[in-house]
Design a protein around this ligand. Structure first.
Ligand code: ADP
Length: 446
């Protein structure tokens, strides 16, 4: 402008053409680069003047910028790739960890300052609350003993469940490495209901067993004392001593069987047998006892042999127990009918042994407990151990069979034992490989 003022309008046009025009050209192109991000563009180079020098400098700058941009872009792509890979890796790890935590049989809780942040599937199942009802809640609000030391690592407590009940649990709280002053805990929660039940059962079992063994032992000692005092009554004393020691032996055998059952050590020696022959033996042996008590004992079985894959000694034990009970709980003049027959349940064939008596019967409320260990309706200490039917049920179940009972007070009781029929007709075939008990058919009668 200053030049134009000095040289007049004509000179200004000259300056504009020679200097200003290329300058505005230059700045326009630079602006173009800026707007379009086209750093590949280069300014035309002509001449050797200062403007050309400037254009050269701009071109050098442009090529440096475009090289840097390319390098940056490459880096960016690499970085994006790495981020993607790492994200997938982390997601994989997260879902693996989640799967492991959810597959854990024990409940898992993560808490910060006592407030639940995470719970696994097992914990949700245990307390039966929804995840969203648990997260954000203080862990201790779920326990029945909220006064447990927050620093306690292991303790037993009862957790409240959504339905208002509680579940007995063992809690192990492990602090996570601290990186601030907040208390982070991984809490493992184990359901100990079964453990406590087994413990209580064991204690009950020992108490009952020792108590039941003490009575016949006391009786034996009393008899021995009396025998010393009155040796002339030897025969009477011997009879009672004999009966009492037999009862003790029965009890010890029952206790041993129960202990085998509890430890899963009751092993069956199964083979193909004709069921009728086992039952006939039992009835024959029990006949004398029935006669002595004035009870009629009848047996009626299918003519066609009923083959079952079973342990004959254990089946004998089952039926002996049922028949002995029937004799014991049927008053004089009564009758017991043992039947062995083929039945069809849900299209599957079974052999069923029924022991029906016309005895005292069992009330509805007692029927529910009849197969529990040590259960006796009358509570009479002299009458058996209360273990017989428990052992019967366990033996039958080991054969994948089922035992059921129907009874009416004053009218009588019928016990029915269902066993799967074997398709192998070769009875007593020690080498038979055909295990004929199918889980599905056994389930059908359960
Ligand atoms: P126990 O050795 O006392 O007979 P069980 O387990 O065989 O033990 O039987 C448990 C209880 O079931 C018995 O004490 C008796 O009260 C009742 N019970 C069993 N069988 C019969 C039956 N046939 N009739 C009436 N009551 C029975």
């Amino acid at each position: 402008m200053l030049v134009g003022t000095v040289f007049g309008a004509g000179a200004l046009i000259l300056v504009d053409r020679v200097v200003l025009l290329p300058l505005s050209n230059l700045s326009e192109r630079v602006r173009y680069v800026d707007v379009n991000n086209d750093f590949a563009m280069r300014l035309p180079i002509s001449g050797r003047d200062e403007l050309t020098q400037l254009a050269l400098a701009i071109n050098t700058m442009l090529s440096t910028v475009s090289q840097s941009r390319a390098a940056l872009q490459e880096l960016n792509v690499e970085l994006e790739q790495r981020v993607m890979e790492r994200t997938t890796e982390l997601e994989d790890q997260k879902s693996q960890l989640q799967a492991i935590m959810d597959a854990m049989g024990e409940g898992l809780v993560y808490s910060v300052d006592g407030v639940i942040q995470y719970v696994n599937g097992a914990f949700v199942e245990l307390v039966d609350y929804r995840v969203r009802d648990l997260v954000g809640k203080p862990f201790r609000s779920l326990t029945s003993q909220p006064n447990v030391e927050p620093t306690a690592r292991r303790y037993e407590t009862a957790l409240s469940r959504s339905n208002g009940t509680t579940v007995q649990v063992a809690v192990t709280a492990m602090p996570v490495e601290e990186f601030d002053d907040r208390q982070r805990l991984v809490i493992i929660v184990r359901d100990i209901t079964q453990e406590l039940k087994a413990k209580a059962q064991k204690e009950y079992f020992f108490a009952r067993a020792s108590h039941d063994l003490r009575s016949p032992l006391t009786s034996i000692m009393t008899r021995l004392y009396l025998l010393e005092k009155k040796p002339e009554q030897l025969e009477t004393h011997l009879k009672i001593l004999n009966r009492t020691s037999e009862r003790m032996l029965e009890l010890v055998n029952d206790l041993l069987d129960v202990s085998r059952v509890e430890q899963g050590a009751l092993v069956l020696a199964r083979r193909n047998i004709v069921l009728q022959s086992v039952i006939e033996d039992v009835v024959e042996v029990q006949q004398a006892d029935a006669e002595m008590r004035g009870v009629r004992l009848n047996l009626k079985s299918d003519d066609a042999p009923l083959n079952v894959y079973a342990d004959p000694l254990r089946i004998n034990q089952v039926v002996t127990n049922l028949v002995a009970n029937a004799i014991h709980y049927t008053p004089e003049g009564g009758r017991i009918d043992v039947t062995v027959e083929r039945v069809t349940v849900d299209a599957a064939q079974y052999a069923v042994i029924n022991v029906a008596d016309s005895g005292i019967g069992i009330s509805r409320e007692h029927l529910d407990h009849i197969f529990d260990p040590f259960f006796r309706v009358d509570g009479n200490q002299e009458n058996g151990s209360g273990l017989g039917l428990y052992i019967v049920k366990e033996i039958v179940q080991l054969h994948s069979g089922k035992v059921s009972v129907e009874s009416e007070i004053g009218k009588g009781t019928t016990f029915s034992v269902y066993l799967t029929l074997s398709s192998d007709q070769s009875a007593d075939g020690e080498t038979s490989t055909e295990a004929t008990v199918s889980a599905e058919s056994a389930a059908a009668i359960r």
